[in-house]
Design a protein around this ligand. Structure first.
Ligand code: GLN
Length: 542
C-alpha cells in the first residue's frame, strides 16, 4: 500500500488538543494493523524547543535519538508506543536553516530563493519524510515503509507564520489526491446567556482554510456540551463536509478516553473511506479498554508532591502522565500536588510536605529553587518518605547527602557554584568546551548497567540488567566521591558502561529513595508504564 498522509490543523483557538486527536488517530489506525508515525510542524523560528523556557512552551520532550522536541511528541509516544525521532519534530527555523545552508553551499547557484517554492518544497519534503537529495543533503534519515504519516501543524489557522505550511498542505493534497486527508479541529462554544451552542466560529475557520485552498475532509468539533445532529448537520452543510465526517470531541474525564470516543463516532472509518480503503470490522482494542477499566476503578487516592519551580501543568507533563499511568496500574488514583521549591524552608518543610505519600524532585536548570529541593530531599530521607529524584532532582539528592551525611556543608553542583571544593556534581568532560547552547547537552538514549540485587534492578524485575534510558543534562555525579557515598549508604546502582557515568543512586535501607540522572518519564506509555514509576507508586501506596 502507498503511504497515506493525514494533515491535522486547528482553528478558532489554540489548546484544543490537536496533539491528543492526532495521537488518537494514530492509535486507532494502529489498532487496524497499520504502521503509523505522527509528526509535529511548529511555526516558530527556534530550531527546536530545547532553549525555550517551560513557561513559553511547556516541557521539552526528548527522543531516543537525542532531539529536543515539542511535548506533543510525548502524547504520540504514550498513545501509540512508537519511538519518534528528530524527523518527527520540525520548526520553521529548521526549514529555513536547511534552505539557507543549501544556499550558502551554492546548491541553488543563480536562483532567487523564495518562500514559494523553496521553503514550501522543503516543508513538503519533510511532510513526505523523503530523504534530502540535494548535493549536500543528509537531514532526513530514510526509513522503513509507513502506511500512514499523520502531520499535525501547530498554531491556529490564519496565523501569518503558519501560511507556508498551509500552502505546502494545499500542494500536497493536489499532488497526492486520495492519498491525503485533511482533518480540521475547531471549537463550538456554548453561550450561557443565550443557552446556545455557536457554530459560526467553525464556519469562519473553515472559510479561512478554504481561502488557502484547503477543503477539510473531516471536522472534529471540540465542545464542552453534547452537540445534537441538528448542529452537526448545520456544520456539514455550511462547510461542504459529509455529515458522517463531522465528529464531536466532548470534554472527557481523561485524555485516554479520547481514542475510544473517536472510534465510536467513526473517525478512523471516515478517514479510511475518504482514502478509499475498505473499512472492515471495528477493532476491539482490548488492551486499551482494559486500561480504561482500570482507570475508572482506581478510586483510592495517593497524594504525590511534585517539588519543582514551574507552577504550570505542562512543565512536567511527562512526569505527571507517568505518575498517573503508574497509579492506574497500581489500582490507585495518583493525586498530584505542586510544591513550589522556592517557597520551601527548614521551618515550613514539614507543613509543605504534610500528607504526601511520596515526592518527585523534578528536573530543571539553574539555581532558582534548588535549596528548597535540597531541604525537601533531607526531610523525606530522614522521615523515610518515598522519594524519586529525576535529573536535577537526583543531583539535589546527591548534594543533600554530601552536606548532611558526608559533612561537606559547601557541597554543590558546578552548575550552581563554580568554586566549591566539594563539587559532588560536576560538569561532564565532554561539556567543558561547549559554548553553543542549542542541542549540545548529553541528549537521548544511553545504555545503563544495573547492579544486581539493587532496588532498581528489582524495580526493572531483574529481567534485564542492561537498560537504555533518555538523557538531557550537562552535569553528572563526580566519581571522585563515589566510595565515600557508598560507604555511607548511598549506592551507585546504575552505570553507563561506555563513560563510567553514574546514572542511578539509591539508599537501599530506605523505603524508596532513588535518583536517576536520566528521564524515565519520556518512555512511559499507556500500555507500558515505566517500571520505576510503577515501583515508586507501589511504595507510595503501601
Ligand atoms: N541542570 C542539570 C544538568 O544540566 C539537570 C538537567 C535536567 O534536570 N534536565 O545536568
Amino acid at each position: 500500500m502507498d503511504t497515506k498522509y493525514i494533515f491535522v490543523t486547528g482553528g478558532v483557538v489554540s489548546s484544543l488538543g490537536k496533539g491528543i486527536i492526532s495521537a488518537s488517530i494514530g492509535r486507532l489506525l494502529q489498532a487496524r494493523g497499520y504502521k503509523v508515525t505522527i509528526q509535529k510542524f511548529d511555526p516558530y523560528i527556534n530550531i527546536d524547543p530545547g532553549t525555550l523556557n517551560p513557561y513559553e512552551h511547556g516541557e521539552c520532550y526528548v527522543t531516543d535519538d537525542g532531539f529536543e522536541t515539542d511535548l506533543d511528541l510525548g502524547h504520540y509516544e504514550r498513545f501509540t508506543g512508537i519511538h519518534t525521532t528528530r524527523n518527527n519534530s520540525i520548526t520553521t527555523g529548521r526549514i529555513y536553516k536547511t534552505v539557507i545552508d543549501r544556499e550558502r553551499r551554492g546548491d541553488y547557484l543563480g536562483k532567487t530563493i523564495q518562500v514559494v517554492p523553496h521553503i514550501t518544497d522543503e516543508i513538503k519534503r519533510r511532510m513526505l519524510r523523503e530523504s534530502d537529495n540535494s548535493a549536500s543533503g543528509n537531514s532526513c534519515v530514510p526509513e522503513e515503509q509507513l502506511d500512514f504519516v499523520i502531520t499535525e501543524v501547530g498554531g491556529t489557522i490564519g496565523d501569518i507564520e503558519s501560511a507556508p505550511f498551509m500552502e505546502a498542505i494545499r500542494q500536497l493534497r493536489w499532488q497526492l489526491g486520495r492519498n491525503a486527508v485533511s482533518v480540521h479541529l475547531t471549537y463550538v462554544p456554548y453561550l450561557k446567556a443565550a443557552d446556545e451552542l455557536k457554530t459560526k466560529p467553525t464556519q469562519h475557520s473553515v472559510k479561512e482554510l478554504q481561502g488557502m485552498g484547503i477543503q477539510p475532509d473531516i471536522l472534529v468539533l471540540r465542545t464542552e456540551r453534547h452537540l445534537d445532529d441538528h448542529i452537526r448537520m448545520k456544520v456539514a452543510s455550511f462547510c461542504n463536509v459529509d455529515l458522517e465526517c463531522v465528529v464531536q470531541s466532548e470534554d472527557m474525564p481523561s485524555i485516554y478516553e479520547v481514542p475510544v470516543n473517536m472510534q465510536k463516532q467513526g473517525l478512523d472509518a471516515a478517514i479510511l473511506r475518504k482514502i478509499g480503503i475498505p473499512v472492515g470490522e471495528t477493532p476491539e482494542m482490548k488492551a486499551w479498554h482494559d486500561f480504561l477499566d482500570k482507570q475508572r476503578n482506581a478510586k483510592r487516592e495517593v497524594h504525590i508532591g511534585l517539588v519543582g519551580k514551574y507552577d504550570l501543568q505542562d512543565a512536567y507533563k511527562s512526569i505527571r502522565e507517568s505518575l498517573n499511568l503508574a497509579g492506574i496500574y497500581n489500582a490507585v488514583k495518583a493525586r498530584l500536588h505542586f510544591v513550589n521549591s522556592e517557597e520551601i524552608t527548614q521551618e515550613n518543610v514539614a507543613e509543605k510536605l504534610d500528607g504526601l505519600a511520596g515526592i518527585v524532585i523534578c528536573p530543571g536548570f539553574g539555581t532558582r529553587g534548588i535549596e528548597g529541593k535540597i531541604i525537601a530531599a533531607e526531610y523525606t530521607r530522614t522521615h523515610d518518605i518515598p522519594t524519586f529524584g529525576i535529573c536535577l532532582g537526583m543531583q539535589m539528592m546527591v548534594i543533600e547527602f554530601a552536606r548532611n551525611v558526608l559533612g561537606y556543608k559547601d557541597a554543590n553542583s558546578r552548575e550552581m557554584d563554580e568554586k566549591t571544593p566539594h563539587n559532588v556534581i560536576d560538569i561532564m568532560e565532554g561539556q567543558k568546551s561547549i559554548t553553543q547552547m542549542g542541542g549540545t547537552m548529553r541528549l537521548g538514549a544511553y545504555d545503563c548497567e544495573l547492579k544486581e540485587g539493587s532496588r532498581v534492578a528489582e524495580a526493572y524485575s531483574n529481567s534485564q540488567l542492561s537498560i537504555s534510558e533518555r538523557h538531557r543534562h550537562r552535569y553528572e555525579f563526580n566519581n571522585a566521591f563515589k566510595e565515600e557515598y557508598e560507604s555511607k549508604g548511598m549506592k551507585c546502582v546504575g552505570i553507563n558502561p561506555a563513560a563510567n557515568l553514574v546514572e542511578i543512586v539509591e539508599i537501599p535501607e530506605k523505603r524508596w529513595y532513588i535518583g536517576t540522572q536520566f528521564h524515565p518519564e519520556y518512555s512511559s506509555t499507556v500500555l507500558n508504564p515505566h517500571p520505576l514509576f510503577m515501583s515508586f507508586i507501589k511504595a507510595c501506596a503501601q
